[in-house]
Design a protein around this ligand. Structure first.
Ligand code: NAD
Length: 471
């Protein structure tokens, strides 16, 4: 019999007001029912977080840090269980699911090592100005379906360390690992400090408009991010928005063809391309364009596609039917506006599988280039002049990440400085860590996640400015 999943409200693991089926994307079939909260349960969760805040926020940071370390240890002990469930609800290959779970352990420990000591801003014989950081109150943490665990932990760890309480809401198609984490939260944290609800895409607006929410930490699409930002306006809630991206890889003339093609390919296909910072378009110098395309096509044809729970699988299914259908439209566009040299089709088997696809000879204004595809489809574009390539790369409403590849590292690094994105990697990709802030430029987001800057997003800065002479 399948395990029963519960919401976590005010320290109690409870049934939802209703249930909703969760589908395994590798089969297209539901395999378990998850609890679904109603508006009454959402309000109870916010009220519980609000009443837990005064006591939790007054605890010394050392105590909150100890509880975070306990959380990382408890999660580490159960990584195989969490990883198997993550593969089942999200679809990613088990090795990638395990990496995501271990990433959570490291992020919790990394964030726990930060401090929020008062900072002396200026001090002399006549005055002393000190900046203090205090928690905000109740944080709503809202996550998408591509990395349900790590994107949640990126929010939970700094929010708790800073002394906030939380109401968490996962995406409707991947609620299970978050609900399972709720069992660990229930066993470690005081009542009401962390609450977990789940919905069917119907409670986000109520949560983000709720007057008792002080901050919204949101990861998801730019379209929903706009709604979150306007919901925050009512009570001037703090927001962190980690939104969509259309990251480009720029392959310079002197790049090593084989090695770069392999790394660019991996950066495009990991998690079936369903990563905000996946490589979503690649610009290759004309001198190696044909050979680079051929190498990408070879890698695509060699990739083992299948159920993520099978050990040989390198590329799993698309996480949900809506995204699978959207990708089929993009495949149609790719066939019309480019030359498909690998893949280009859905697999004729149950589940939401798309063959890894490489498209060449495609224009900048094709849908597959302009839109965030969020799937295993990589358009390859030719350039002759570096200034033109950078202009084309920056000509996007997004600015999340990006990569530059070349043997001359200082030249590649100086070109990276011209890419208008929150993070640009040179000769590597997806190096995200607890001590490095991650943020989007333009419509890819607002505010930082991770790093000290990410932690400070969960605090209110207050400056106490004292005259030391006279009164
Ligand atoms: P989505 O915007 O559809 O949903 C994200 C979350 O928002 C879900 O939990 C959803 O239930 C909730 N939601 C829906 N309506 C809401 C509303 N009105 N108010 C508040 N919350 C609401 O995104 P998705 O399809 O689940 O995820 C894919 C998107 O996420 C892609 O665009 C991807 O680039 C982006 N993403 C960004 C990052 C980043 O760090 N920048 C990381 C991962 C994914």
């Amino acid at each position: 019999m399948e395990k029963a999943y519960k919401l976590l409200i005010n320290g109690r693991l409870v049934d939802g007001a209703a249930t909703m089926p969760v589908i395994n994307p590798a089969t297209g079939e539901p395999f378990v029912d998850a609890p679904r909260a109603d508006i009454g349960q959402l309000n109870e969760a916010v009220a519980a977080a609000k009443s837990a805040f005064p006591e939790w926020s007054k605890r010394p940071i050392t105590e909150r840090r100890e509880l975070l370390i306990a959380l990382s240890n408890a999660l580490e002990e159960r990584v195989p269980e969490f990883a198997a469930l993550l593969t089942r609800e999200q679809g990613k290959p088990l090795a990638q699911a395990t990496m995501e779970c271990m990433g959570c352990v490291f992020v919790i420990r990394g964030m726990a090592s930060f401090d929020l000591s008062p900072k002396v801003l200026r001090e002399d014989e006549s005055m002393r100005a000190i900046e203090y950081r205090s928690p905000l109150g109740v944080v709503a943490a809202i996550t998408p379906w591509n990395f349900p665990l790590i994107l949640l932990i990126n929010k939970v760890a700094p929010a708790l360390l800073a002394g906030n309480t939380l109401v968490i809401k996962p995406a409707p198609t991947t609620p299970l690992t978050t609900l399972l984490l709720g069992e660990i939260f229930a066993s470690l944290f005081p009542r009401g400090v962390i609450n977990v609800i789940a919905d069917q895409n119907d409670l986000g607006a109520a949560l983000t408009h709720h007057p008792d929410i002080a901050k919204i930490a949101f990861t998801g699409s730019t379209a929903t991010g706009r709604k979150v930002m306007s919901a925050a306006a009512g009570t001037i809630k703090r927001v962190t928005l980690e939104l969509g991206g259309n990251d480009a890889a720029l392959v310079l003339e002197d790049a090593d063809l084989q090695e770069t093609a392999r790394k660019v390919f991996d950066g495009a296909m990991l998690n079936a391309g369903q990563i905000c910072i996946a490589i979503k378009r690649v610009y290759v110098h004309e001198s190696m364009y044909d050979a680079f395309c051929d190498e990408l096509a070879r890698l695509a044809n060699d990739l083992v596609v299948g159920d993520g729970s099978e050990l040989a699988t390198q590329l799993g299914p698309i996480q949900n039917k809506a995204q699978y259908e959207k990708l089929q439209q993009l495949l149609d566009d790719a066939r019309e506006n480019g030359t498909v040299i690998a893949g280009g089709n859905v697999l004729s088997r149950p589940g939401y599988f798309i063959a890894p696809t490489i498209v060449r000879d495609v224009d900048d204004d094709a849908l597959i280039v302009r839109e965030e595809q969020f799937g295993p489809i990589l358009p390859v574009l030719k350039y002759t002049d570096i200034n033109g390539a950078i202009e084309r790369i920056n000509n996007s409403e997004y600015g999340l990440g990006g990569t530059v590849w070349g043997r001359d590292v200082s030249k590649a690094a100086s070109i990276a400085e011209r890419v208008n994105s929150g993070t640009v990697w040179v000769n590597k990709h997806m190096d995200i860590a607890a001590d490095l802030p991650f943020r989007g430029a333009k419509q890819s987001g607002l505010g930082a996640e991770l790093g000290l800057a990410g932690l400070e997003e969960y605090t209110q800065a207050r400056v106490i400015n004292v005259a030391l002479t006279g009164c």
